[in-house]
Every structure is written in structure tokens, then in C-alpha cells.
Design a protein around this ligand. Structure first.
Ligand SMILES: [Zn+2]
Length: 107
């Protein structure tokens, strides 16, 4: 998965289409992401102790990473991420993400 926590993304399909938000959690095993304000589910909370109030809690549920696209922090457009490998020394290399629209390095 090329998207990282803290990236700003936009939803491209489903009920939250065109919603934007920051990635707050990654679940690589399921290829899912939790995005701030996206895919909100309501959970009913029952009081577990006396005097505690019951109520409804809203929270984000994970969505498939294939349903979101990165918004480039440099040019502000939705984009695909490219990866460049930077060779620092014969044994050390670093992967850098870049925007395929403006060509700027994202990290
Ligand atoms: Zn860009």
C-alpha cells in the first residue's frame, strides 16, 4: 500500500464518494484504511455501569484502500503515486513517493 497515515485522500466510490479526509489508520492485512470523517458508522452503547449513560457513538469504519485516491500535498490534485528508488550507497537505498501529476516528491 502506497498510502500512509497522515495522507489526505478523497473517496472515489461508494456512499462517501468525493469526501475528503486524512488517513488516521492503516490495516495492511485487509488492504483497508481508516479515513477521518469517512464511512461513519453508528454504534449503540449500552451502559455497563450504573449511572453511565447509554447513547450512540459515531466512528469511522475502515474502507478498502482501492476506494480512495491521494490528494497531492504539493499540487492539490488527486493523483496516482509513483515510487522512485534513491540509491544512497551500494547497500543502502531509499524509496520515495512522488506525484505522477506534478512530479514532486511527497515524503
Ligand atoms: Zn502533485
Amino acid at each position: 500500500m502506497k498510502i500512509k497515515v497522515g495522507d489526505e485522500v478523497v473517496v472515489v466510490s461508494g456512499k462517501d464518494k468525493e469526501k475528503r479526509g486524512k488517513v488516521i489508520q492503516k490495516i495492511p492485512k485487509e488492504s483497508k484504511l481508516v479515513v477521518e470523517g469517512v464511512n461513519i458508522i453508528k454504534r449503540h452503547i449500552r451502559p455497563t455501569r450504573r449511572g453511565q449513560e447509554s447513547g450512540i457513538v459515531e466512528r469511522e469504519a475502515p474502507i478498502f484502500s482501492s476506494k480512495v485516491t491521494l490528494i497531492c500535498p504539493r499540487c492539490g490534485k488527486t493523483t496516482r503515486i509513483g515510487v522512485r528508488v534513491l540509491r544512497k550507497s551500494p547497500r543502502e537505498q531509499e524509496k520515495l513517493r512522488f506525484c505522477k501529476k506534478c512530479g514532486e516528491v511527497i515524503d
